[in-house]
Design a protein around this ligand. Sequence first.
Ligand code: MN
Length: 139
Amino acid sequence: MEVYKRTPTDKAPSDRFTGDAWWDVIYAGSEPSQARLNRVRFAPSARSDWHTHTLGQTLHIVSGVALIQSRGGEIVEAHPGDTIHTPPGEEHWHGAAPDTFMEHLALWEGTGDPRVPETDWGAKVTDEEYGGPRRSTRA
Ligand code: MN
């Protein structure tokens, strides 16, 4: 058994996020594990840029109101206890609603190949995209 000490919180970089977000690395597996688990906390209106995960990603909403959108779909408004999976290569973004903080756990995997990135980053999410139509998981 191993006990991991809490790691310092890192600010999400502004070239990949809009607004203020911070993450804590909870677990980053070493070979043969490729597991990755982060806790991410977003200020109101903060969100990631558009991106894909080579092996997909699972988000578990801990607190607040999350907005998550895949390319071509409507924005999903997700709530604490909801779990949202984006499959490998599906372009998406995630962040907080405009009027509240949001915290989620993010689970994904490394590729095991340093030439193949875990995440590919794309365009910023515009205010127009961020303000688009939503459907709630509580509908
Ligand atoms: Mn993602």
